[in-house]
Design a protein around this ligand. Structure first.
Ligand code: SF4
Length: 275
């Protein structure tokens, strides 16, 4: 089997920052440490950074003392609890979407978020528009939107750039004054573009990362839509359970929260399978 490894594998800068800050917080900041949501979407990475003393909560009101940590996907504006240290892991690119949505909202635009309505990042962004933004997940939903005067669109950072472009084409016809603030993450787009190139040569694709990660799922969807066989692994152990029968060329890509240490092990193991 021939193997084509993507150039961009492992943590993006936002995840690397969230992991390093989490470790630092757990070592040095006042206890107890409350995590408002999972710091990142990869259970293996979260397991590795846990010290055993932290608590996971779903509302800031549950934090009574110590340190409150905001997840990498960000949260809606909130009133910070008193006498508590706040540490914000929100990726700077997610922060950019939140501020873009707020600025459009303040200027009187009907804000549209192109994204997955149940994803924590999207819920957080919506909060910056006093929950007035509409979330669009598909071209069908975009077609159903009524015509209005002012419409401003942003997208979840990890959306499929091809899908976003198709939705934008529809939305542009829905408002006389239409604004699009491009908030797609460049790192995510470059991984999607690299995958599209790999798909021209590969008949199977190994996606490394967690099934709970939006950008990793997007890579798997792109490969599936191109009718390629998709294999998932979040560790070398997962990979060893896979059977690559009938695959001549395997492309290997990873989500931005895939653990670097597992990727190194996977690369070494796959190298032994190359012909
Ligand atoms: S994928 Fe992009 S937006 Fe998400 S954490 Fe990484 S750098 Fe930030």
């Amino acid at each position: 089997m021939k193997i084509i490894f993507a150039k961009n594998l492992g943590f993006c800068f936002g995840v690397k920052r969230a992991v390093e800050l989490s470790e630092n917080i757990l070592n040095k900041d006042p206890k107890p440490v409350y995590f408002w949501g999972k710091p990142i979407h990869n259970e293996r990475v979260v397991k590795k950074i846990r010290s055993g003393e932290e608590k996971f909560i779903t509302s800031p009101k549950q934090a009574k003392s110590g340190t409150l940590v905001i997840r990498g996907h960000g949260v809606s504006p909130f009133v910070p609890p008193k006498n508590i240290k706040i540490r914000d892991l929100t990726c700077p690119l997610v922060k950019k979407v939140q501020l873009a949505a707020r600025s459009l909202f303040k200027k009187g635009y009907q804000v549209i978020i192109i994204g997955d309505k149940n994803h924590p990042e999207v819920k957080g962004i919506k909060g910056y528009t006093q929950n007035k933004a509409a979330v669009i997940e598909s071209e069908q939903q975009a077609k159903r939107i009524k015509k209005i005067k002012k419409m401003g669109a942003v997208s979840q950072t990890t959306q499929d750039f091809n899908k976003v472009n198709k939705i934008l084409k529809i939305l542009k016809k829905k408002a006389r004054n239409f604004q699009w603030l491009n908030t797609l993450c460049p790192e995510v787009i470059s991984r999607q573009k690299e995958l599209l190139k790999i798909l021209k040569k590969a008949d199977g694709v190994l996606v490394i990362g967690s099934r709970t990660s939006a950008n990793t799922k997007r890579l798997a969807d792109i490969a599936k839509n191109s009718k390629r066989k998709v294999f998932w692994a979040n560790s070398l152990k997962d990979l060893k359970k896979q059977r690559f029968r009938g695959i001549f060329t395997l492309g290997v890509v990873s989500g931005t929260s895939a653990p670097n240490w597992e990727i190194e092990k996977i690369k070494k193991w796959l190298d032994t399978k190359q012909k």
